[in-house]
Design a protein around this ligand. Structure first.
Ligand code: ZN
Ligand code: FE
Length: 241
């Protein structure tokens, strides 16, 4: 069994801890802050051995060096970003394999939000950790690449199995849902999902993870149909109030 624990950091970042029950080994994905990870490890007696980083932004990589120093973790991230990923030990390229006990994941190179962005994909477990590339009903901002590059990355993620659980790195669901509803006001699945998400957030619950097939039915960015249409949507979202 591969268990996933979700920790909240800052306002809306999710740090995910993966624990392989057979080996007792754990990995942490995108520790922007070391403190919640250290607390969770201490409280539960978990043995973390690896850090997997999706991209260099501080809210994802900011806790890496402290965790590495205190827990002796091995740090994985994009080889192309070695110059700006703190404490990087293993540089990954597209399709490189990662292991946690008997479980295997692959790094998917998904540039767009940044030019060195990775997602982590567990084929057998049907789990995706897309960092800031894909969000519930939304996607990351284009900081370092043009829209067609992000569109190509999202198109790869779109083709993963529909029952994939997506563990994105931010709780942006309600804001994304408001924009999505504005784009597709007649989309029943979207309206239903937005209402459910509101109810969950009212109870303080996380809306992450979510199923990829639900996002394919409700995320206007995945539904854009062309790089050009995607680019236009992204421009609208950037100024949406
Ligand atoms: Zn980011
Ligand atoms: Fe982020």
């Amino acid at each position: 069994m591969l268990a996933v624990h979700q920790l909240l950091a800052f306002n809306d970042n999710y740090i995910h801890l993966l624990l392989d029950e057979a080996s007792g080994e754990g990995a942490v994905i995108d520790p922007g802050d070391a403190a919640p990870v250290l607390q969770a490890v201490e409280r539960n007696g978990w043995k973390l051995t690896q850090i997997w980083t999706t991209h260099h932004h501080a809210d994802h990589a900011g806790g890496t060096e402290e965790l590495k120093a205190k827990l002796g973790l091995k740090v994985f991230g994009a080889a192309i970003d070695a110059h700006r990923l703190p404490g990087l030990d293993v540089g990954l390229k597209d399709q490189d394999e990662l292991r946690l006990g008997e479980h295997r994941a692959r790094a998917l190179f998904v540039p767009g939000h940044t030019s060195g962005h990775l997602a982590y994909w567990f084929d057998d477990e049907r789990m995706l950790f897309p960092g800031d590339t894909l969000f519930a009903m939304g996607c990351g901002r284009l900081f370092e690449e043009p829209a067609d590059v992000m569109w190509a990355s999202l198109s790869r993620l779109k083709n993963l199995p529909g029952d994939t659980l997506v563990y994105c790195a931010h709780e942006y669901t309600l804001a994304n849902g408001r924009f999505a509803k504005n784009i597709e006001p007649e989309n029943e699945s979207l309206l239903l999902r937005l209402n459910e998400a509101r109810a969950m957030r009212d109870k303080g619950l996380s809306t992450v993870p979510f199923r990829l097939d639900l996002d394919l039915a409700t995320n206007p960015f995945l539904r854009a149909g062309s790089a050009q249409a995607f680019a236009e949507l992204r421009r609208q979202k950037d100024v949406f109030k």
